[in-house]
Design a protein. Structure first.
Length: 343
């Protein structure tokens, strides 16, 4: 049965799939899994982001024998699809994808759209894949093409966010759960950045955004002058910013492609959650200062903005190690998918 089945668990997953969809939508039918929230008729994550797909209930999707199953989530829902492709939704040093709990799921895919050399090396080091494994396809990250190909010049991105054109923009994008800096230092970020007269944009993780506690906190921050970025596509927010504050979030790695300064925040508790897989030895927090206490934050922010070329060499080396095909990842992904469709 001709077509591509898309799976998304959260809106950010759809953002990862959209460049591929846009490139192929005129060539093959697209389907998307939907799981209506209890008591509603909703659940379609694709339509709000402009993907016009045929929908299929997630419980029926395993029996849909399409050409390709494409997912940035580890779940293999399209079990009868001829080719199963995992695109990955980011590359972080938390490393859950390389853990024993994920091995069987990774190996259930026919093709893995590897984001960069670092990811490929980790899979091989962990014994999950071998060199030359046909599953390995060196693609990169299609959603980041627009970050580096001229789609979002900084002034255009600032205007898109509705900010003052002369604003110095600081983006705070923490990860979620035990590896997040939000609980320990989130308030300090708001207090410090606003106190310096800078424009603070906060992008919470999709999972955090659904937490009632943080929904309430976000409203407080908004009243205080914080810009809350609710678009699941973080690329325009990264493009607009002069400085990123983050932690173990994969956003910290994605931001390296801009070669702009970043400040890391320590996140107590990540060792317990990611102890088996976390990797802070290869690169870790090498691309900027690491803030462990609130009283270190102001100085770190000011120095980063005053000396944006500090850490530049490290940032460029990290970016080269983390990402294949910057600006051309969508083309590489689409070429591979076309080959599979024609085969």
């Amino acid at each position: 049965m001709k077509g591509i089945l898309l799976f998304a668990r959260v809106p950010m997953n759809v953002v990862c799939l959209k460049p591929i969809y846009e490139a192929l939508k005129g060539e093959t039918p697209f389907w998307g899994t939907v799981k209506p929230p209890k008591g509603t008729k909703g659940g379609n994550l694709f339509a709000p982001l402009g993907l016009r797909v045929k929908t299929v209930a997630s419980w029926l999707a395993p029996w849909l024998p399409l050409d390709i199953y494409l997912s940035p989530d580890i779940m293999v829902v399209g079990k009868l699809c001829r080719w199963k492709i995992h695109t990955f939704h980011g590359v972080s040093f938390k490393g859950r994808a390389y853990g024993r709990a994920y091995t069987s799921k990774i190996l259930a895919y026919d093709r893995l759209f590897i984001i960069g050399p670092y990811m490929e090396e980790r899979f091989i080091e962990k014994g999950i894949l071998k060199k030359g494994d046909p599953r390995i396809v060196r693609v990169g990250m299609p959603k980041l093409d627009s970050l580096v190909n001229g789609t979002w010049p900084q002034d255009k991105a600032i205007e898109h966010l509705g900010l003052d054109r002369d604003a110095t923009v600081v983006l705070y994008a923490p990860t979620w759960g035990a590896g997040s800096s939000l609980k320990a230092l989130g308030e300090a970020v708001v207090k410090t950045v606003l106190g310096l007269g800078l424009t603070l944009v906060v992008k919470l993780h999709d999972h955090t955004s659904r937490d009632p506690q943080w929904k309430e906190k976000v409203l407080e921050w908004e009243k205080a002058g914080v810009v809350i970025y609710r678009d699941p596509d973080i690329v325009p927010a990264m493009a607009a910013s002069h400085l990123l504050i983050s932690d173990l979030s994969s956003v910290a790695n994605e931001y390296l492609l801009l070669d702009r300064p970043l400040v890391y925040l320590a996140a107590p508790g990540y060792e317990k959650r990611y102890g088996e897989t976390v990797d802070l030895e290869t690169w870790g927090f090498a691309a900027g200062p690491l803030v462990e206490k609130e009283d270190q934050l102001k100085r770190a922010v000011l120095e980063a903005l005053d000396h944006p070329q500090a850490y530049s060499e490290v940032r460029r080396k990290m970016a080269a190690h983390l990402f294949y095909n910057p600006g051309q990842a969508t083309k590489r992904a689409v070429d591979v998918i076309r080959e599979l469709l024609d085969g």
